[in-house]
Design a binder for this molecule. Sequence first.
Ligand SMILES: [Mn+2]
Length: 270
Amino acid sequence: MGQAFDAIRVRTLFLSDLHLGTKGCQADQVLAFLKRYDADTIYLVGDIVDGWRLKSGWYWPQAHNDVVQKLLRKVRKGTRLVYIPGNHDEFLRDFLGNSLGGVELADFALHEAADGKTYLVIHGDQFDLVVRHARWLALLGDGAYTAALFINTYLNVVRRKLGLTYWSLSSWAKLRVKNAVNYIGRFEELLAAEAKRHDADGVICGHIHHAAMRDLDGIAYVNTGDWVESCTAVVEHYDGAFELVRWAEAGARLRPENSAAASLLAQEAA
Ligand SMILES: [Mn+2]
């Protein structure tokens, strides 16, 4: 494999929702991105491997292997890799706090940026139930809210043990197109509130496949997006500045031979 470009070195890389193990995953794009960027620390913000899909039928082409190998090679070269499982790779939640081959597994992380600001890094599926039932949970107050988060987590563990598929907020919201904007807005508010609860300056999450970087009442809301449709990631530069990289657009510009294949894949995934 030729290295056509020098890698861009950044302080931190945040990636989520690769969904390796599914046909929708744009593994070639992930690989091209990982060749372009090197980082001191990489956070995998959940739904990296799609355990649910793999359970119903093994799909693991070479390109998906290459992504895993590329990440592990970065670890060997000194990159710190923190893997925060999401709902699709929640089988890894049984191993939180452990390190697998140099990869740290955690439920969430508090990332300290170069400028001293702290960010809560979490996948975000923990808030599905609250997003759906926001109105009556808000009426019931703080205790109900905490209970809902608890129930959400354990309900999904039970569903998994029973072999049921995980209920997905993002696909559910998409089915209700008219309300999708409301659900996304609600999700963002809840995640920002969770950051506040952790005394963090911002939150970096994934899950809803909707990349964003905005300020919500003084809390930075950052969503890394996905590699099924949008091919987006977030980088932190050495001065503490964050950048949302829309790789499908940047990649097409940099690698014209890939743009046709990328749009074909996107059609297939839709
Ligand atoms: Mn998810």
